[in-house]
Every structure is written in structure tokens, then in C-alpha cells.
Write a protein of this length. Structure first.
Length: 138
């Protein structure tokens, strides 16, 4: 019993010391024009598995290990933004304003035809050769 309680105590101290080694980056993601929060925007550190998505209020929080990271913020229909963060200069109330991506297409030409090939005309020989056979006994 003593060994079990000692191991639980050591585990507790190890996890608290582990969480103290690092820094926290938090902030909000907003639309640059309307200043409305963007719910579900992706916020992640490039070349790592650390990431999160924003809340209904556009807020996010990331707990990172010591070092420098490129924080990438993306949202569908908006231009991605990359921000450099380090443990020497932790950011607690970062505000990221994303700009809508202007996408335009080239001219699209749609052409139609009244000619509709019957399925048998189009694929009949393929079906006959492969499934029925082309031998005299078929």
C-alpha cells in the first residue's frame, strides 16, 4: 500500500513539473472586415502535431513546449496567416484578423448536345465480348 501511494504521489509531481515546462499561446481569430469571431478556424504549429480549433467566440489556447514555433491560422474562404511565437516572448491575448480570399475563375463555357447514345450502342460490344463471349457457341 505504501508503494502504491508513493507511486501516485511521484506521478502527481512528475505531471505538474511536466506541465510547467512550456508556455501557453492564446487568442482570438476574427474576420478582418466585420470583426466577427470565426468559429472552427484551425490553429496549429507548423511541422508538429500540436493544434486546435477555435471556439464559438473565436478563442483558442495552445500549450507548447519551450522553443520557437510558426503558428498557422487557417479558415475556409480566408487567406492563411502565419505568426512566429517563442517561449521567450509568450503571447497571451493574440488577435488574428483573417482576410477573405478573393478567388475568381476564368470564363466557363458549357456546350451541350442533343445526341444521347443508348447504353447498348455505347457499351454493347464490350459487354458481348467480355461477358457473353465471341465464340460460335456463345
Amino acid at each position: 500500500m505504501k508503494a502504491a501511494s508513493l507511486s501516485v504521489l511521484l506521478l502527481f509531481f512528475w505531471t505538474t513539473s511536466y506541465t510547467q515546462n512550456g508556455f501557453i499561446v492564446s487568442g482570438k481569430v476574427l474576420d478582418s472586415v466585420t470583426q466577427q469571431p470565426l468559429f472552427g478556424a484551425s490553429v496549429f504549429c507548423q511541422n508538429t502535431t500540436q493544434g486546435t480549433s477555435t471556439s464559438m467566440e473565436g478563442g483558442f489556447t495552445l500549450r507548447l513546449r519551450p522553443g520557437g514555433y510558426d503558428l498557422v491560422v487557417t479558415y475556409t474562404g480566408y487567406q492563411s496567416q502565419t505568426i512566429r511565437v517563442t517561449d521567450n516572448d509568450p503571447v497571451s491575448n493574440l488577435v488574428v484578423n483573417l482576410v477573405k480570399a478573393e478567388k475568381s475563375m476564368e470564363e466557363v463555357v458549357i456546350r451541350s448536345s442533343n445526341e444521347v447514345l443508348d447504353g447498348w450502342e455505347k457499351y454493347g460490344s464490350f459487354f458481348t465480348d467480355l461477358f457473353i463471349g465471341a465464340t460460335p457457341f456463345a
